[in-house]
Design a protein around this ligand. Sequence first.
Ligand code: ATP
Ligand code: MG
Length: 298
Amino acid sequence: LPAARDRLRVAIQKSGRLSEPARALLTSCGLSWRESRDRLFCYGESLPVDLLLVRDDDIPGLIADGVCDLGIVGRNVLAEQLLQRSNGGADKYREWRALDFGACRLDIAVPDGWEWDGPAQLRGKRIATSYPALLGAWLREQAIEAEVVPLSGSVEIAPRLGQADAICDLVSSGATLAANQLKPVLTLLKSEAVLAGPATPFSDVREELAALLLRRLDGVLRLKDSKLLLFQAQRHTVPALLKLLPDAEPPTMLQVDGGDTLALQALCHGAMTWQRLEDLKHAGARGLMVLPVERMLA
Ligand code: ATP
Ligand code: MG
């Protein structure tokens, strides 16, 4: 068992796509750090939660070994390493929360010129990837015999270089694929940044720290697009108005000066666009106001 500790250690990517959003997310949970010079370790000031800045690939292993308690990493990296470790260590950590940034897909892509007619077309082909475990597992599941060509980077040029016939790589906009005359044909995994943590509870004060962090994280994630909507309406228009607010929490309603007019306030979780406000006004809402929600503790 890892030694008891009285501080929580969270690993995030040092530099790359996930580093800024991960830090911003933790900051919005009320964490702050005293920056150390080498910036590999940041000492938590507002709470005993320290940061370790590392390569994303190292994060699952650091958690499995108990060097770090939690980590923010792409589901793609976590899933790949869970499969690679399936003979030891994989049972030590798991995905705790999806974090709603860093979205991408692990796709199979083939040359533009192929007329795609299904996975069977990959039989006997060479597929280059940085995700050999995920690809291998998928091929086995599909009962397709193909050669997995593991590459650590620049996977998308492998077909042009003659190293492979197809690739299995991360895709977000698809621009990189298009620039390399490839097209995505299948998605193996839908990914985003996740909070990873141990599969079993901590046996010391870290358990309470982790619970506090999760509680704040859930508040922040829930509020992402949330706004407080205020308006007035005649009582008989309320059912139609609520139909226009399927993403709202049950509203608070107050009667205005004993009459038929109600003042409503509702927490809405979807984006509150001008078009939605126009629709509400058309259905009878008056004095519409959209207010930001800064914090929430359920
Ligand atoms: P490191 O130096 O930490 O190993 P890296 O080059 O492996 O960095 P990045 O390219 O910064 O990693 O990507 C980190 C994560 O961002 C990916 O694992 C993935 O979850 C996510 N991501 C989102 N969109 C994309 C994309 N288009 N291509 C690659 N990764 C993406
Ligand atoms: Mg990496």
